[in-house]
Write a protein that binds this ligand. Structure first.
Ligand SMILES: Nc1nc2c(ncn2[C@@H]2O[C@H](COP(=O)(O)OP(=O)(O)O)[C@@H](O)[C@H]2O)c(=O)[nH]1
Ligand SMILES: [Mg+2]
Length: 335
């Protein structure tokens, strides 16, 4: 098993040493641990600090954002044969000593994604409002993903190779929520591990304030949800419209059949408007369903392309064993 620990960083020269020092040197079930720092156009000495600790560095000449950095890190790790990728932050918020526990469910084939649950209700420097919002946000993400996860915004996570081949980060901003919703909808196994975060080293750089966090997270969540369950949203719009249209329409018909149609034209107009709305919604539903089929085909294609591009470097992979046997056979034949 080859493990990559990746740390996306923007100007983290002060706290990065703490992070790098606390990454364990050996982990049960893991043969090789590699540390990758994605330096997203830092203007400080982040890259030098990372290299001085023996970490690999992937540098963007210009800041490209956290989601892109995550993706590039994953690309690098997969291309170098990672079986598991752990993500942690450069501000030493997360307890790197717990990486062994974080990766264990993946090693034991019990999970594809493991999320470090910060137990946000117990964090002292979180205000009651922030705690409530964290809980609410996690509930919404859990609902959208069809799983039950206590801490959806945590950046301390382990992903299996199979999960990374299947997940595609498309939003610019937060891959955190997006990967969970995708993983849930792609029926990957997601579990949580309770962790205790380290003392706060600085304010969040991702968000100016709680409102911005809520706005951006809400946008990322609704986008991901819309991508996977558009039928639910359209159904909730279309079905009430259909009912609201049929009732006055039927009412008009009854009066009309009794020869009193003229006095009830309002019912007819309202009913017709609602029915047209419902019809449009159902027409959209058909288009959306076709789109969904296309997305599934595209995603399956991408997964296969990634598998080809990165090679099946997984240990214990049947293809690899077969390749080894074939190679051994060829050598034997040649001699
Ligand atoms: N690549 C990249 N990383 C960033 C950016 N902003 C913050 N980070 C990194 O993302 C991680 C989390 O950032 P942080 O400010 O601690 O946000 P928090 O999750 O709200 O605590 C840290 O490792 C930061 O260095 C950015 O614009 N690009
Ligand atoms: Mg932080």
């Amino acid at each position: 098993m080859k493990l990559f620990v990746q740390i996306p960083c923007l100007n983290e020269e002060d706290t990065l040493p703490l992070v790098l020092e606390s990454i364990p040197g050996t982990i049960p079930g893991v043969d090789e641990i590699r540390v990758l720092v994605i330096d997203d156009g830092s203007s400080d000495r982040t890259a030098e600090v990372a290299r001085s600790y023996g970490a690999e560095v992937l540098r963007h000449p210009r800041t490209m954002g956290l989601a892109r950095s995550f993706r590039d890190g994953v690309d690098h790790a997969l291309a170098h044969g990672a079986d598991i990728v752990v993500n942690t932050d450069g501000d030493n918020q997360y307890p790197q000593e717990r990486i062994a526990d974080l990766v264990w469910p993946v090693i034991a084939s019990q999970a594809d994604v493991v999320i470090g649950d910060r137990q946000t209700s117990t964090i002292a420097h979180f205000s009651p409002f922030k705690k409530a919002m964290q809980r609410f946000g996690s509930r919404v993400v859990s609902f959208a993903a069809g799983t039950d996860l206590p801490d959806a915004a945590s950046g301390f996570r382990a992903y299996s190779r199979a999960a990374l081949l299947r997940l595609n980060v498309v939003t610019q901003f937060s891959y955190c929520m997006e990967t969970i919703i995708q993983a849930g909808n792609k029926r990957l196994a997601i579990t949580s591990l309770q962790i205790v975060t380290n003392a706060k080293t600085r304010e969040s750089r991702l968000f100016k304030n709680q409102w911005q966090h809520m706005y951006l997270s809400g946008r990322a969540i609704s986008r991901s949800y819309l991508m996977y369950r558009p039928n639910v949203i359209l159904g909730w719009i279309g079905v009430p419209m259909l009912v609201a249209g049929l009732v006055p329409f039927a009412r008009f018909l009854v009066y009309w059949s009794m020869g009193d149609g003229g006095g009830h034209v309002q019912s007819l107009i309202f009913g017709t408007a609602m029915l047209v709305g419902a019809l449009l919604t159902f027409a959209l539903l058909v288009i959306v369903d076709l789109q969904r089929t296309n997305r599934i085909l595209l995603e399956e294609t991408l997964e296969r392309i990634k598998a080809l591009q990165y090679g099946n470097a997984r240990r214990g992979d049947p293809d690899e064993e077969l390749a080894e046997e074939l190679a051994a056979g060829e050598t034997a034949l040649a001699s």
